[in-house]
Design a protein around this ligand. Structure first.
Ligand SMILES: [Fe+2]
Ligand SMILES: [Fe+2]
Length: 315
């Protein structure tokens, strides 16, 4: 039900939130010792793994890669590491933090509670620190590999969010749209970070950085599911339908492979005209999707009894 209409309830697992609040100081990256970015760097080890690049195994790409010297290969992978972290910063700054700000102002129902607000602010501190961590590893890689001129292209996900926001003038619906993207991101990002943090062929420092972030995000996954549950329980039937439709669209947007992002670092590998390659690979990849672990999200959809109302293939 809408908060204007009936009294709001906080419909989440308080024990989970109380545990998150109480363990925050001992658990989170911002309270741990800082990573020393000047140390433990081996210039012969890549910053980023080829296997995470969507066209990393493409035969044409592999042939071009094999023609290059070690320096070009390492510089290209360092640029891709920067791109990856800059994209994480985009998610923190443009998706998760704005959603947290809405929750702080009680612009969505179900979170008007001291304990819940404490956990939201703790999460904001975490996310701000993740932005700082990512910014610092980017600066370090930029300096080591002469990559100060690399600029992340506008993320495709940002365009998709703006498109969806433009479909309505209703401020409350805007909040539900942001909630959809932020909830998907917060409940699946730790799996994405786990993939990178467990690949042993990259700089150990990069793995440690990613693992520190992953640990925080594992907790955020739980927290933001509880928040989504409480918001949903406070919506009326029309708002519920609106949220599920925004959420379905957001799921489809979140599995699109962003070719302009992945191709943006190719000029550091070689100065050739990459356009024919990007067009061909872009066509191939448009039929594939980003793999994500939806286990926790599915649990929530089942708890709320709405899985069949979401038109998306979770497998
Ligand atoms: Fe984060
Ligand atoms: Fe997070």
């Amino acid at each position: 039900m809408h908060p204007d209409q009936t009294e709001e309830i906080v419909a989440l697992d308080r024990k989970v939130m109380a545990k998150m609040a109480a363990t925050w100081s001992d658990r989170v990256a911002v309270r741990k010792e800082r990573l020393d970015l000047s140390q433990y760097y081996d210039p012969s080890i890549p910053d980023f793994p080829l296997e995470i690049i969507p066209f990393g195994a493409d035969p044409e790409f592999r042939a071009i890669l094999d023609e290059q010297g070690d320096q070009s290969r390492l510089r290209f992978l360092a640029a891709t590491w920067i791109a990856y972290n800059e994209r994480v910063i985009f998610i923190e700054d443009d998706v998760v933090q704005p959603f947290c700000a809405l929750l702080r102002k009680n612009l969505l129902p179900g979170v008007n509670d001291d304990l819940v607000q404490q956990v939201i602010v703790q999460s904001q501190v975490d996310e701000q620190f993740h932005t700082l961590m990512c910014l610092e590893v980017c600066s370090s890689a930029r300096a080591r590999h002469r990559l100060n001129d690399y600029v992340l292209p506008p993320p495709l996900l940002g365009k998709r969010i703006r498109e969806q926001l433009a479909t309505t003038d209703d401020v409350f619906e805007h909040a539900l749209i942001l909630m959809s993207y932020a909830t998907i991101s917060e409940t699946t990002i730790h799996d994405y970070l786990r993939k990178l943090s467990t690949i042993t062929s990259i700089q150990p420092l990069n793995r440690i950085h990613t693992e520190m972030h992953r640990r925080d995000e594992a907790a955020h996954g739980t927290i933001f599911l509880e928040i989504a549950r409480s918001v949903y329980r406070n919506l009326d039937a029309a708002r519920e339908r609106a949220l599920l439709s925004f959420f379905t669209k957001a799921l489809h947007d979140s599995v699109e492979i962003d070719m302009s992002f992945w191709s943006s670092t190719l000029p550091y590998l070689d100065t050739r005209d990459w356009r024919p390659f990007i067009e061909r690979v872009g066509r191939d990849l448009s039929r594939r999707r980003v793999g994500r672990d939806y286990g926790a999200l599915l649990q929530l959809l089942d708890d709320l009894g709405v899985r069949d109302k979401v038109d998306f293939s979770f497998s």
